[in-house]
Design a protein around this ligand. Sequence first.
Ligand code: F6R
Length: 268
Amino acid sequence: MQIIIYDDSQEVAIAAATWVQSLIKEKENPVLGLATGSTPIRLYQELVTMHKAGNCSFTNVTSFNLDEYHSINESDPQSYRSFMKANLFDHVDINQDNTFLPTCNQDQNPREQGLSYEKKIKQAGGIDLQILGIGANGHIGFNEPTSSLTSRTRIKTLTQQTLTDNSRLFSENELQPAMAMTMGIATIMDARYVLLMATGKNKAQAVKDMITGAVSANCPASILQMHENAVILIDKEAASMLNDQSYYQWADKQNRKLNDEFGFYHNF
Ligand code: F6R
């Protein structure tokens, strides 16, 4: 795991955007894994700014989102499709036919939908770079605590904590779905690079458990300890419960020196 601590959420967003930009520049047909939620909003704003400045074209990008609410219409303002359109897709030159979310409406079979999402990811050549946030309970995607560490795209029931955390995004008269389709933990682990962003004090415990706790289904993000190329971008608040902050900062300095001498290394 590479752990990089930034002063604030804006720096985290700029660093993540630079990763996405490198992937898009380096790969002919890049495949991006995307997340929703509050954390990546600034990343998407940075990408839109880069695009408008002529520094980032999404024409060859295929994208796969981590999750989507069950039984929600794509056109519903609460759907993750609507979120992606509002925050990224409608503001860049991505071909929206190449943007995928694990949808499952009321008439569809979630098991078949999960399998077909996995197939689509494989057909696209696999995910090069997966963007992740982390839930206060350690979830990634909607893989809630106790999710199988070898799970694939499927339907999951959200925990009360996740429902409460996300209730801020629903008005009183909107129905908050209690189930969602999500990439599985093994699906996420198949990505060539994983970029997890976490900002704010309310993520500090989950970040600590992910980095220094035992690998356990009780903290699904802890599986990233087993990923060959997991990069954790966090701000000072999210890092505040880590004991070894000075080591991570020192290691980051050394890595930057290596990058200056030998080039920024990745193998998408
Ligand atoms: C979103 C997702 C979730 C969020 C997590 C953090 O697609 O899969 O795992 O990344 O719930 O959400 P925020 O960023 O709103 O704190």
